[in-house]
Write a protein that binds this ligand. Structure first.
Ligand code: RFL
Ligand code: PHB
Length: 405
C-alpha cells in the first residue's frame, strides 16, 4: 500500500462492496480459492449484526457455508426442519419436506449468526475489511482496471482491482453505478408489509407455521428452542409505535388455529420492525468488470424464505466463475454468470410471488365482488394439501431447486 497524508492506494484482485452475507461469503470462498479480496462496508460491524432478517437456509446454502469452512457452529446450534405447517380454515396441515423431496430438509439458523460466523472467519484469516467507509464510489468499471474509492477518517482511499463484486444490497451504490440505459428493472410492490418481533419464549410448534387468515397473513418462526421470530401482515401506513407487544400477540393469536393459539407463550419483544414487501429484478447482473450479487440485483418478498438463499446461490456461481478465470484461465464462467444466476433468480421470484399471493389478504381488485380473492386462496390451499403433486411442487421449491451444472 502506498500512503500520502491525504490518500492511499491499494491493489487487490476482487474488490467487494458490502459486508452482508453475500459480500462476506464471497470473500471467504475467494480466499479459499487463493484469490485476494478486500471488503468495503459503509456501516459498523455492530450495525450489520443488529439487522434481524432471514432465518431459513436451504441445504444448498448450508453446503456452501461448509465449503467456505464456516458451517461448524451452524451444525451444532441450527435446527434441522423436516417440514412446515400451513394453517387455514382453523386447522393446520403439515408439508413433509423430507418425504416429498427424497430426504431434503431446511436449516433454521439466523442470518445474524451466519454473518457473525463469516465475520469471525474473515478476521481469523486476517483478511482486509474496511468498515464505516463513506462516499463509496466505483470508477472505470468497463476497463480492465476498475477502482473503488471511499473516504475513511477524512482520508481518501482507492482500491484498484481486476473485478468489483457489488454485494451492497438493494440501496447500494453498485447497481446505481450501471447506466440506466443498460439496466432493465422489473418491480412489483405489494400493498402491505410484515411486522416482525423477536422474543425469548418457546416456539408455538416444533416447525414453522404459515397462516392464511381473514385478518391477514401470520408466520410463526424461530431462531432457537427458546427464541421466536413471528410476523403478522400489516398496513404500509402502520408504524412500529402503533404496535404494542400486547397488540401484536393478540393479533397473532387471532390468526392461528385454536390449538396453536392456546399453546402460544407470550413475552416482551427484544426487536420489532416493519418490512415492506417487493419483487424486484435488475438485468443483467454484470456490467463490464462489475458483478451484482444478492439483494443488490434482486429482492423477493420474504414469504418463500428465498432472499438469503438466492444471495448464496449468486455467490456460488460467481466464486466458481472467478476461480475458473484465475486458475483455469477461462472467462466462460464469468461470461455466463448473469444468464445462469438470473435463471435461478426468476424461479425463486416466481415461487416467492406465488406463496405471497396464496397466503396474504389483498385489497379487492376492480372487478371483484364478494370475497373472491380469499375464497380462491382457500380452494387452492385445500387442493394443495390434498394433492401429492401440488405438495411435491411446493416442497421442492421450498427446500431449494437444484443448481444448473
Ligand atoms: P444485505 O444483507 O442488504 O447486505 C448489503 C451490505 O451492503 C452494505 N452497503 C454498502 N456498503 C458500502 N457502500 C455502500 N454504498 C453500501 N450500501 C449498502 C450494507 O450496509 C450491508 O451491510 O444484502 P446481501 O448480502 O445481498 O444479503 C441479502 C439478505 O440480507 C436478504 O436477501 C435476506 O435477509 C432476505 N430475507 C430472507 N432470506 C432468506 O433466504 N430466508 C429468510 O427466511 C428470509 N427472511 C428476509 C427475511 C428479509 C427480511 N427483511 C427485513 C426484508 C425476513 C425479512 C423480514
Ligand atoms: C424468519 O425466521 O425470519 C423467516 C422464516 C421464514 C420465512 C421468512 C422469514 O419465510
Amino acid at each position: 500500500m502506498t500512503t500520502s497524508s491525504s490518500s492511499t492506494s491499494q491493489r487487490t484482485q476482487v474488490a467487494i462492496i458490502g459486508a452482508g452475507p453475500s459480500g462476506l461469503l464471497l470473500g471467504q470462498l475467494l480466499h479459499r480459492a487463493g484469490i485476494a479480496n478486500v471488503v468495503i462496508e459503509q456501516r459498523s460491524p455492530e450495525y450489520v449484526l443488529s439487522r434481524i432478517r432471514a432465518g431459513v437456509l436451504e441445504q444448498v446454502t448450508t453446503d456452501l457455508l461448509d465449503e467456505a469452512g464456516v458451517g461448524q457452529r451452524m451444525h451444532a446450534e441450527g435446527l434441522v426442519h423436516d417440514g412446515f405447517e400451513l394453517c387455514f380454515g382453523g386447522a393446520r396441515h403439515r408439508i413433509d419436506l423430507h418425504r416429498l423431496t427424497g430426504g431434503r430438509t431446511v436449516m433454521v439458523y439466523g442470518q445474524t449468526e451466519v454473518t457473525r460466523d463469516l465475520m469471525d472467519a474473515r478476521s481469523a484469516a486476517g483478511l482486509p475489511t474496511v468498515y464505516e467507509a463513506e462516499q463509496v464510489s466505483l470508477h472505470d468499471i468497463t476497463t480492465a482496471r476498475p477502482r473503488v474509492r471511499y473516504l475513511k477518517d477524512g482520508v481518501v482511499h482507492e482500491v484498484q482491482a481486476d473485478f468489483i463484486a457489488g454485494c451492497d444490497g438493494f440501496h447500494g451504490v453498485s447497481r446505481a453505478s450501471i447506466p440506466a440505459d443498460v439496466l432493465r428493472c422489473h418491480e412489483r410492490v405489494y400493498p402491505f408489509g410484515w411486522l416482525g418481533i423477536l422474543a425469548d419464549v418457546p416456539p408455538v410448534s416444533d416447525e414453522l407455521i404459515y397462516s392464511n387468515h381473514e385478518r391477514g397473513f401470520a408466520l410463526c418462526s424461530m431462531r432457537s428452542k427458546t427464541r421466536v421470530r413471528h410476523y403478522v401482515q400489516c398496513s404500509l401506513d402502520d408504524k412500529v409505535e402503533d404496535w404494542s407487544d400486547a397488540r401484536f400477540w393478540d393479533e397473532l393469536r387471532a390468526r392461528l388455529d385454536p390449538e396453536a393459539a392456546a399453546r402460544m407463550v407470550t413475552g416482551p419483544s427484544i426487536e420489532k420492525s416493519i418490512a415492506p414487501l417487493r419483487s424486484f429484478v435488475a438485468e443483467p447482473m454484470r456490467y463490464g468488470q462489475l458483478f451484482l450479487s444478492g439483494d443488490a440485483a434482486h429482492i423477493v418478498p420474504p414469504t418463500g424464505a428465498k432472499g438469503l438463499n438466492l444471495a448464496a446461490a449468486d455467490v456460488r456461481y460467481l466464486s466458481h466463475a472467478l476461480a475458473e478465470h484465475y486458475v483455469e484461465k477461462t472467462n466462460a464462467g464469468i461470461d455466463d454468470y448473469s444468464r445462469k444466476a438470473l435463471r435461478r433468480v426468476w424461479k425463486a421470484e416466481r415461487f416467492s410471488w406465488y406463496l405471497t399471493s396464496l397466503l396474504h389478504r389483498f385489497p379487492a381488485g376492480p372487478g371483484d365482488s364478494g370475497d373472491v380473492g380469499h375464497r380462491m386462496q382457500t380452494a387452492e390451499l385445500d387442493y394443495l394439501v390434498h394433492s401429492e403433486a401440488a405438495m411435491t411442487s411446493l416442497a421442492e421449491n421450498y427446500v431449494g431447486l437444484p443448481f444448473e451444472a
